[in-house]
Every structure is written in structure tokens, then in C-alpha cells.
Ligand binder design. Structure first.
Ligand SMILES: NC(=O)C1=CN([C@@H]2O[C@H](COP(=O)(O)OP(=O)(O)OC[C@H]3O[C@@H](n4cnc5c(N)ncnc54)[C@H](O)[C@@H]3O)[C@@H](O)[C@H]2O)C=CC1
Ligand SMILES: CC(=O)C(=O)O
Ligand SMILES: [Mg+2]
Length: 372
């Protein structure tokens, strides 16, 4: 198979879909790997690192899209990239379709087979291709939130760890999955007073077992959420209903109940965000103020630490990428229900129920797409 990896074009996105190590494994299995010139530079990989393992460098994204049977990327295809997709081509990348009707319509119109990293599952009920980026974003969230809390950035002027004689910042993390757990660990490590809210009692039992004494847990009822939010210096949004638009857990009206200058870090922004006033921002302009509350809503947080993130993502995507290349999408998905769970669009049909619900579109069962 011809596997193509274009340069990411989303603003301030420095990750790349394939590392030289991933390219090497694909080449060793007899596949042709086409890397756009300079695609890896932001993550610290030179073109020569790819050619050294047998990949070919091509100059333009147009050439990559025209030649490749499968496109391996990081972020959802931008409008210009969507125009280059074609029927029968495989797209393997993050998509986040539920909050994005324009992209969904373009992918349906392209006729391509689009497998979303964020909905591929594993045997433990986890999301193995989201997890590494959730680990990164979770660990970054208190760091960027601490910066947002600084006075010059519009924040409350509160130091995460406090100092002797002054209380630490209060941090509330909504959602205790991968993002939330990593965020809570780092915030606690910075010395903050941390509470994690979740709706899953088994998850909170697990967190209490493993992290009891490091941070607290609380049930995410609406009442508990606003009560803890009122006292918080920083609120980290980390909820996920897989594939679906994020539930809105703090309304615009409720902002007036929060502390002036509090920082809201909405990691769930790529699924539409869990605060009503969240709108996606970029690394160039990451924060904005609504009613005196500072919002940080960067939808590609891991791009800020592109090297760590690229290697972590490629480690996770590689076995699936190789299965798709070796077997073709149909056989690979038929043999692996967890990869089939990643199928969001095929030949003009939407195949992911939660996206259909979010956008009011008809859905074809992924098992039926296998028969098309
Ligand atoms: N902005 C960015 O750059 C990045 C964003 N993300 C996003 O972060 C979000 C969280 O991802 P993960 O932690 O991997 O998901 P996860 O599935 O590991 O955890 C989500 C948690 O939210 C909980 N939850 C669901 N509904 C809830 C509610 N109404 N109230 C409280 N808790 C609720 C679930 O029980 C679960 O424990 C996702 O939207 C993901 O796409 C992930 C990586 C990077
Ligand atoms: C998960 C995701 O969207 C990202 O890493 O950018
Ligand atoms: Mg994202």
C-alpha cells in the first residue's frame, strides 16, 4: 500500500502523523511511505531521518494526497485537505466530527473511508488512540491553567502551590478519565488542593484507591459541580461521552457565581467544550475573558509539546496503521471490532451513531459498511 503523511496545516500544529520509526516498520512490510518535505521538522524529525529508513520525500501535500491509498495524519483534515480526499482512499487521523458539521459533510462528499483515532476502542473499554494525547493534554492543563491564573494574563493572581502561610489554589477537575487523572496528579504535584468530579462511581472508587490522599473525589451532580466551582481558582473540563458532543456543565449565567479571574481550562473543547462559554482557541491566542472569567480552550493542546506527543501518538497508532496497510481497511476492521469502532465515514455514509445523534444525520451500522 502507498501510505502518505502530509505536513499538518492547522495553526500551530507541530506534530506529524508518522515518526521515522513508524515509517521504518511500514517500509519493512513492503509498503511505500510518502512523507511531505518538512512534515516532521516541528517534532524534531528531519527529512533525512525518513529517507534513512526507506521512506520517500515528496514536495507538496497535493502529491501526497494524489498518490496515497491511505493518509495518516494527526488533526482533522482542514477544508483544503478535504478537497483532496477521494473515493476509496483511507483517512486515518483524529476527526472529532460531532461538533463539526462542515467537516462531516465534506468527508461524506469525498467518498473516502475515514477512521477516527478518538473512537477506536480497546478490550478494557478505553480509547487507546485518544489516551496518549489525553495523557499529554491532562498533564499540560494545570501548567497552562497556572499561567492563565497569573495576573498579567487576566487571572486571579493565585499561585498553584501557595506559600507557607498562604493557601494553595483550589483546582476542580470535571471528568476523572485519562485527561482528568493526569491533570489532577500534576495539579496536586504543583501543590494545589484538587478535587475530581465524575459521574462514574467505579471510576471514583478506582481514583480513591490509587490517589486517595493526593486528591479528593466528588460526584458530578449539578449541585456539587457549582458548589465546588464557586470556590475554585481553576476548573479543568475533562469530560467525555465517546464520539458525542460534550455536555455543558457550567452555563454562562453561572460565570457570575465564580471567583473573578478564575481560570477555566476546557480540554474537552475538541468535542465542543463542557462550559457554555467555551469556543476553540489556538496556541497563538489561547485565552479570552468572558465576564471576568479567563477561558483557555486550545483544541490541539498536545501540539505545544510536539515531540513528546508525536512519539506517544505514533506508538499507539502504529499497530492499527500497519493492520490497515497490510490487510486493507475492510479485512482489518472485520477482524478487529476495536478498529471497526473507529470507522466514522465510509463511501458517503456516516457510520458512527453518536455523530449522527449530534448532527441529526442518518447512520449506517459499521458492520453494514463492511458489506458495501
Ligand atoms: N484539547 C485537547 O487538545 C485534547 C482534548 N482531549 C479531550 O479531552 C476529553 C476527555 O478525554 P479522556 O480523558 O481521554 O476521556 P475519558 O473517557 O478517559 O474520560 C472521560 C470521563 O468523563 C466522565 N464523564 C462523562 N460525562 C460526565 C459528566 N456529565 N460529568 C462528569 N464526568 C463525566 C466519564 O465518566 C469519564 O471518566 C475528550 O473530549 C478528549 O477528546 C484529549 C486530548 C487532547
Ligand atoms: C485528541 C486531539 O484532538 C489532539 O491530540 O489534538
Ligand atoms: Mg483535539
Amino acid at each position: 500500500m502507498k501510505i502518505g503523511c502530509p505536513t499538518e496545516i492547522k495553526p500551530q500544529e507541530f506534530r506529524v502523523g508518522m515518526t521515522p520509526n513508524a515509517a521504518q516498520e511500514a517500509v519493512a512490510r513492503g509498503h511505500t511511505v510518502l512523507i511531505q518535505a518538512g512534515a516532521g521538522v516541528g517534532a524534531g524529525f528531519e527529512d533525512a531521518d525518513y529517507t534513512a529508513v526507506g521512506a520517500r520525500i515528496v514536495e507538496t501535500a497535493q502529491e501526497v494526497f494524489a498518490a496515497a491509498d491511505m493518509i495518516v495524519k494527526v488533526k482533522e483534515p482542514q477544508a483544503g485537505e478535504r478537497k483532496m480526499l477521494r473515493e476509496g482512499q483511507i483517512l486515518f487521523t483524529y476527526l472529532h466530527l460531532a461538533p463539526d458539521p462542515d467537516q462531516t459533510h465534506d468527508l461524506l462528499a469525498s467518498g473516502a473511508t475515514c477512521i477516527a483515532y478518538e473512537t477506536v476502542t480497546d478490550r478494557q473499554g478505553g480509547l487507546p488512540l485518544l489516551a496518549p494525547m489525553s495523557e499529554v493534554a491532562g498533564r499540560l492543563a494545570p501548567q497552562v491553567g497556572a499561567w492563565t491564573l497569573q495576573k498579567a494574563n487576566g487571572g486571579r493572581g493565585v499561585l498553584m502551590g501557595g506559600v507557607p502561610g498562604v493557601s494553595p489554589a483550589r483546582v476542580v477537575v470535571i471528568g476523572g478519565g485519562v485527561v482528568g487523572t493526569h491533570a489532577a496528579r500534576i495539579a496536586a504535584g504543583m501543590g494545589a488542593d484538587v478535587t475530581v468530579l465524575d459521574r462514574s462511581l467505579p471510576r471514583m472508587r478506582y481514583l480513591d484507591d490509587v490517589f486517595g490522599g493526593v486528591f479528593k473525589t466528588s460526584y458530578a451532580s449539578a449541585g456539587n459541580t457549582i458548589e465546588l466551582a464557586r470556590a475554585a481558582d481553576m476548573i479543568i473540563g475533562a469530560v467525555l461521552v465517546p464520539g458525542a458532543a460534550a455536555p455543558k456543565l457550567i452555563s454562562k449565567a453561572q460565570l457570575s457565581e465564580l471567583k473573578p479571574g478564575a481560570a477555566l481550562v476546557d480540554v474537552a473543547i475538541d468535542q465542543g467544550g463542557c462550559f457554555e462559554t467555551s469556543k476553540a482557541t489556538t496556541h497563538q491566542n489561547p485565552i479570552y475573558d468572558v465576564d471576568g472569567i479567563m477561558h483557555y480552550c486550545v483544541a490541539n493542546m498536545p501540539g505545544a509539546v510536539a515531540r513528546t506527543s508525536t512519539i506517544a501518538l505514533s506508538n499507539a497508532t502504529m499497530p492499527f496503521m500497519l493492520a490497515l496497510a497490510d490487510k486493507g481497511w475492510k479485512k482489518a476492521c472485520a477482524e478487529d471490532p476495536h478498529l471497526l469502532a473507529g470507522l466514522n465515514v465510509h463511501a458517503g455514509k456516516l457510520t458512527y451513531a453518536a455523530v449522527g445523534d449530534a448532527l441529526g444525520l442518518d447512520v449506517t451500522a459499521p458492520e453494514d459498511a463492511l458489506k458495501m
